[in-house]
Write a new protein. Structure first.
Length: 656
């Protein structure tokens, strides 16, 4: 940790560099949890950390800066195009454009890349200027940048307004941006534009459709080449592609962003639920079933009506509508307001209904902790611009549970939850897990004292489990802070799956209490927790992680029997019956196609085991086994094959 000693960080770092104490690739500074530009002037004795181009935070700055270069190149090549926002992402960056003279093509992306490299080669400096709101408004009005004006108006009063510029004097490109950015374009050595997609302004389909150009940037060309190779692999593993190829699920316009799970997909889905249920039985969770529809009074009490109302699916019947003419019904403004205030809504989460159950009778401290689980179907209205395959849907289920406990029990419950979470992730071979503590957002329920208590409780739980974690300020839910668990898949992509949240607000809003050992009423703590999270989203992550080759215990089909010819069909049916009698999910391909074609189809279906039966197998009572993972296993008795197969069909919890 370094200190500025009353000088700009540039000066302080220059002195350190002269003394040979600083790496040459310093591109920024970290003050607490905030990244700032290298030239930022800090108060005397302000502690800071240097950010290198090779750091994670350095890569974030490189990508954000590259987004600016891309927007500059686009506006040079396609006059009249308006810019909106261009953030960095976990694996690159994007920028949204309003281009009225056509759609961006692959050829356009190639031209933009060439222009970007020309801009980068000039080694121009990124310069930050703080301006007044009026100055910024005048600049963007003169530029005709209507989206920037809208962004400007949303900046809260009193916050600093900054512009970033780069380029030749008199030809500088500028953007309304909080930063930070790299010192100059020379740090942007490895750049690639990857794709174009449509995106509604602010993710709302009622707004204009924009064109989003995605790209990525790395510190070196080698790192970029490795990433591009991973992108190609990711395309082959895309869960939407695999879902269609493996006959797992589909989508239809009759239910936008709501998946239909086909028989094989349903087997996997139900297998996930059954796996988690066995853990619940072992670890003392009780499962409940709660209604789908609730009065708005429930969501008013919970705070979701005010904080989540736009995402609720509201329900009414024709009885609510006043007919204005025979066979017609209209909703006037007054009736619409009444419906919005009084119409029932599909539940978007389970926590309010679990509060109803807890508060339905007097509870004793001897009942705590009470761990209540619910696989109820949930509905949330996600905007059309953000839905994506199974990853972001409008109806889903969670491995959702809530723990009602005393304040003294919180740390222990978090520790037990983490043990369960590790066991589940190990079962799916997610070996790399990063932990983040998301703290209070600006829009929230409760007092600062409540949030202090909640955040400290989660910290204690993590420290008790001996786990390293990162704090992400402002990323908590509106009712409480949360611990997030981010896993890396086979392609090293990070996915946020599990979470546990500390909530002191809902117990208070529902006036929940228990009788303590002192005979007095006390307020319980409520922990919201999930390991898989949305089962639909987890399904998509797992499908891409294993490239469709589900572990044998979860695979929709364990064994496919292939006949050499139709003469072996009778024996194949006998083997099929025997396998199914042992609980094996088996199917038989009795068609007239050649064996080679049957084998290829079985491999494409990622079936864990293919067994071939011919006349000799029928005579010997054997099967010839091909393992998806271990290759050719040769001929063996059916009994021997079952001895190998059956342990693999058991969920990990049953193997112990």
């Amino acid at each position: 940790m370094l200190t500025a000693c009353g000088m700009s960080t540039t000066t302080a770092l220059a002195l350190l560099k002269q003394a040979g104490k600083l790496h040459a690739d310093v591109i920024g500074v970290k003050v607490g949890t905030k990244l700032v530009d290298l030239h930022t002037h800090l108060d005397e004795a302000t502690p800071f950390e240097v950010v290198l181009a090779t750091d994670r935070h350095g890569l974030e700055m490189i990508r954000h800066s590259t987004a600016h270069i891309m927007a500059d190149a686009v506006q040079r090549l396609f006059a009249g195009t308006k810019v909106t926002i261009g953030p960095s992402t976990d694996d690159g960056f994007y920028y949204d454009f309003d281009r009225r003279d056509g759609a961006f093509t692959d050829d356009d992306l190639a031209k933009i890349e060439v222009e970007m490299r020309a801009i980068i080669a000039k080694d121009s400096v990124f310069r930050r200027d703080e301006v007044s709101r009026d100055e910024a408004r005048e600049i963007f009005e003169n530029m005709g940048e209507t989206y920037k004006l809208e962004i400007l108006e949303r900046i809260p009063a009193g916050e600093r307004i900054s512009l970033y510029r780069h380029g030749e004097s008199g030809k500088e490109w500028l953007d309304l941006c909080a930063g930070p950015h790299v010192p100059s374009t020379r740090f942007l050595a490895a750049v690639k534009l990857t794709s174009v997609a449509g995106a509604y302004w602010r993710g709302d389909e009622r707004n204009p459709m924009l064109q989003r150009i995605y790209g990525t940037a790395f510190q070196t060309q080698l790192a970029l080449d490795e990433h591009l190779k991973a992108i190609e692999e990711a395309k082959a593993r895309d869960h939407r592609k695999l879902g269609k190829e493996l006959d797992l699920f589909l989508f239809d316009a009759v239910a936008p962003a709501m998946p239909f799970f086909l028989p094989k997909g349903a087997r996997v889905y139900n297998g996930l639920v059954e796996f988690v249920r066995k853990l619940y039985d072992r670890d003392g969770y009780e499962e409940v079933i709660t209604p789908q529809l609730f009065s708005p009074k429930l969501f008013e009490t919970s705070g979701h009506l005010a904080n989540y109302g736009d995402n609720l699916y509201r329900v009414w019947t024709t009885d609510h509508l006043a007919p204005s003419a025979p066979g017609e019904a209209q909703i006037d403004a007054t009736l619409r307001a009444e419906l919005e205030a009084n119409s029932f809504a599909l539940k978007p989460m389970n926590c309010p209904s679990h509060c109803i159950i807890f508060g339905s009778r007097r509870r004793s401290y001897r009942e705590l902790p009470w761990r209540v689980a619910d696989f109820g179907r949930l509905h949330r209205y996600e905007r059309g611009g953000v839905v994506h395959g199974l990853s972001r849907v409008r109806t889903f289920c969670q491995d959702d549970a809530h723990i009602f406990c005393t304040a003294a029990q919180v740390a222990g419950e978090i520790e037990q939850f983490i043990l369960m979470l590790r066991e589940v992730y190990d079962a799916f071979q997610f070996s790399e897990v990063a932990i983040k503590l998301a703290t209070r957002p600006d829009k929230r329920l409760g007092t600062d004292e409540d949030w202090d208590t909640s955040e400290n409780a989660l910290k204690e739980g993590l420290e008790r489990a001996g786990l390293p974690f990162e704090i992400t300020p402002g990323e908590g839910a509106f009712y409480g802070p949360k611990i997030e668990f981010h896993v890396k898949d086979a392609l090293k992509r990070s996915w946020q799956l599990g979470t546990i949240q500390h909530d002191g607000n809902l117990p208070q809003r529902f006036d929940l209490s228990y009788i303590g050992d002192d005979g007095k009423e006390h307020r319980p703590v409520m922990l919201h927790r999930a390991i898989l999270g949305s089962l639909e989203r987890f399904f998509s992550v797992l499908l891409e992680h294993c490239a469709g080759a589900f572990p044998a215990w979860l695979a929709p089909v364990h064994v496919r029997i292939l006949t050499v010819s139709e003469k072996s069909n009778a024996y194949a049916c006998k083997v099929l019956a025997e396998l199914r009698a042992h609980g094996v999910r088996a199917e038989a391909d009795l068609g007239a196609e050649k064996l080679g074609a049957k084998v290829r189809e079985g491999r494409m279906a990622r079936v864990p085991y293919l067994i071939v039966v011919g006349p000799k197998d029928a005579e010997a009572g054997s099967v010839s086994v091909r393992s998806r993972d271990a290759g050719e296993l040769g001929a063996m008795s059916l009994e021997a094959f079952l001895g190998r197969l059956l342990p693999e069909t058991l969920p990990p919890i049953q193997k112990k």
